[in-house]
Ligand binder design. Sequence first.
Ligand code: ADP
Ligand code: MG
Length: 319
Amino acid sequence: MASAEFSIIQHYFQHLSPQREDVLLGIGDDCALLQAPEGYVIAVSTDTLVSGVHFFPDVDPYTLGYKSLAVNLSDLAAMGATPAWFSLAITMPEVDTDWLHPFSQGLSDLAAKHNIALVGGDTTSGPLSITIQVQGFVEQQQALKRNSAKVGDNIYVTGTLGDAGAALELKLKGVTEPNSDTAFLTQRLERPAPRVEIGQQLAGSANAAIDISDGLTADLSHILQLSNVGAMIEVESLPLSRELLAITTQQHAEQLALFSGDDYELCFTVSEQHEGRIKVLLDERCTKVGVITQQPGLRYHRNGQPTDITGKGYEHFSN
Ligand code: ADP
Ligand code: MG
């Protein structure tokens, strides 16, 4: 490794994350050595963010650091796993300390919040791209998989939907004049709050879960396909924020909730007999949006009547 690379790692990454006792050997050797707890399996996930594809090239580096880890933590949340470790592969065009400092601060702030330790990575030169791999623990029988939704399960989502999609639209339209509504929506796009605690509480009680990165319709469809079931969504139940409804129509807000991505909320299914175990969580943090059906496919109802809604989730490589 070049000495410049070594000093970047030492300076910006070596000490950014919380120390954990289960990191037997951290950054600096050929591999990290990590101790998994007895009785748990390790949940692993990787996500890459590429400049110009997943973020605007001029994005604020603090936001980029924060969001790169957030989207990965969201995958652990969707599995019901407890975050433990992560690695960071960063490719950048030049060593820009004014950029690296806030980038590592964004990562570090979220890492501290979730007690996840940076244990290694790679640093290379090229067009800006960030790859993070996260690892966490979950009891094998309790992991929230996509293939286990059952007919009759209720479908829930956390938080509100469509906010990040609205912020992206505003940005693309060049709306820069901030007010408290647009500031809230931008915050939802740039600093998604991975639902890690909720995911952990759902482990062992929900049947299936996924995090909503490409829109409720697209992501719920993954559960339906892998579980060999269908679903009915009650459109009037979709949780829409006051801020979203302040800047657009009900109809467009519903479209965004169903078809726009980047919310990083959880969508999960629970059988009625298990709802009692997580009643407070369901009442206070989640919204029931539909049910799992035997009839395959995804259908929408409004006030109990079938309704047609079309739209499109974000698909990579679709054009
Ligand atoms: P190797 O040549 O064995 O791949 P490197 O020279 O790439 O090792 O990295 C040296 C050490 O620094 C390794 O422990 C690696 O995990 C760590 N490392 C490299 N880049 C990063 C980074 N961006 N963040 C955290 N750790 C890093
Ligand atoms: Mg390397």
